[in-house]
Design a protein around this ligand. Structure first.
Ligand code: CTP
Length: 409
């Protein structure tokens, strides 16, 4: 279950703008995800970032010139060998030359010599970004199938503030992953929950748990990369891929309301959140004072959201639960699958080292009514997300072989 970008050859073009330093982070993230990154810097880019920085981080040394002694035709080698060409940041000059078909340096020549998907991430001053010539060039490129990751608003070089700031590296990488990932969830609506709920006792205290939300956010990112329309109900203040609709929640009651009001429209629901089973029966309006002695805290049950979803599950909907266990993993998780009416359950032994809560890694059994579907060794949470969605896709195809996995009828 490699990442969508793992083993793929990505030419990373960097042009001369102040945002060139952010391309270093884009490069690092792509390499971390297993991509082979070939950096191409324009002469302007080398004034902002050192070639050595990219050569050290990327998969091969930086190339800057058409007149390279190692290869007589570096642009065709790069362009033909690429699975994707990414330009971040892309200056107005680069966009203009590319749109006009002018190849006056290695990067523009590579762009004209490739048939791979191309992503451009413009970054420039607001006045330049809004100039009709720049907008016309972008329209032309978009019409030709180039993916444009638009700039954000924010601080620009020289202290100005406005539109034109390079998109965040996480969003740029998410776009690359989406273009390279199998689009096996295209057209499907996926609802994911993430994080641990907090049940208030008084204005400053709550009952909570150790869930970080990392696994749920990874599921949302992976589903979005595979083409789904994703809604993420989360208690966690964590980054998530662009395009994911985020619905913040704090308590089990917030999550219940957010999920039950949206579930009927969802083709796939994944309950990765650690929802409190009990909440304080009374929420004090004022801070509980020490002088009153140890308070007696009376708890009342919350709604079991997954079980409620199981009762109202519609045909064609796939329901995935999680099971956090500290003993009898298979038996307890199997019992939860049946009791809650889920199609799949992702079982993790949260007492094992580096598994589940708070960690970046997880080790899970993915179970269906027929038993263990996949036994995933300790892996990063994105890889676990990928495996879970692989099983979802194949179980949808198995349950209704006449339907393609992304059919909602
Ligand atoms: N869950 C839920 N609503 C709750 C409690 C749990 O929807 N009030 C969901 C979780 O999101 C997860 C699954 O039920 O997908 C199992 O949660 P888990 O905490 O492992 O189990 P519990 O049902 O709480 O049972 P127990 O505490 O006995 O292990």
């Amino acid at each position: 279950m490699p990442a969508a970008v793992a083993g793929r050859r990505i030419v990373l073009g960097v042009t001369g703008g102040i945002a060139a330093y952010k391309a270093v982070e884009v490069c690092r993230r792509l390499v971390d995800a297993g991509a082979h990154v070939a950096p191409v810097l324009t002469e302007g880019a080398t004034r902002f970032v050192g070639e050595v920085t990219f050569s050290a981080l990327a998969s091969e040394p930086v190339q800057t010139s058409l007149w390279d002694e190692a290869s007589p035709i570096p642009h065709t080698d790069l362009g033909q060998g690429a699975d994707l060409v990414l330009v971040a940041p892309a200056t107005a000059r680069l966009l203009g030359a590319y749109a006009a078909g002018i190849s006056d340096d290695l990067l523009t020549a590579t762009l004209l010599a490739t048939r791979a998907p191309v992503v451009v991430c413009p970054a420039m001053h607001t006045e330049m970004w809004e100039h009709p010539a720049v907008q016309d060039n972008l329209r032309t490129l978009a019409e030709r199938g180039v993916t444009v990751v638009p700039p954000a608003e924010g601080r620009l070089a020289g202290g100005d503030v406005g539109a034109g700031r390079l998109a965040e590296p996480a969003d740029i990488v998410a776009t690359v992953e989406r273009l390279l990932a199998p689009q096996d969830l295209a057209g499907l609506r996926v609802l994911v929950t993430a994080g641990g709920t907090r049940e208030p006792l008084d204005p400053v205290r709550f009952l909570g748990n150790r869930s970080s939300g990392k696994q749920g956010h990874a599921l949302a990112d992976e589903a979005a990369a595979r083409g789904a329309k994703v809604t993420l109900v989360t208690t966690a203040d964590r980054p998530v891929a662009g395009g994911v609709e985020v619905v913040p929640a704090e308590t089990a009651a917030d999550m219940e309301q957010a999920v039950l009001s949206r579930c009927d429209a969802a083709d796939i629901v994944v309950m990765a959140a650690a929802v409190a089973d009990f909440r304080p029966a009374t929420r004090h309006d004022q801070k509980i004072k020490k002088a009153g002695g140890p308070p007696e805290i009376v708890l009342e049950p919350t709604t079991d959201i997954l079980a409620a979803l199981g009762r109202r599950k519609r045909p064609g909907q796939t329901l995935v639960g999680f099971a956090a266990e500290t003993e009898e993993l298979r038996a307890n998780a199997g019992a939860k699958l049946a009791a809650k009416g889920a199609d799949l359950i992702v079982a993790n032994d949260v007492s094992a080292p580096a598994v589940g809560f708070e960690h970046d890694t997880n080790q899970v059994l993915i179970m269906s009514g027929s038993g263990i579907e996949r036994d995933i060794p300790l892996s990063d949470k994105r890889a676990v997300a990928r495996a879970v969605l692989d099983v979802v896709v194949s179980s949808r195809a198995t349950h209704d072989p006449d339907l393609p996995p992304n059919s909602t009828t």
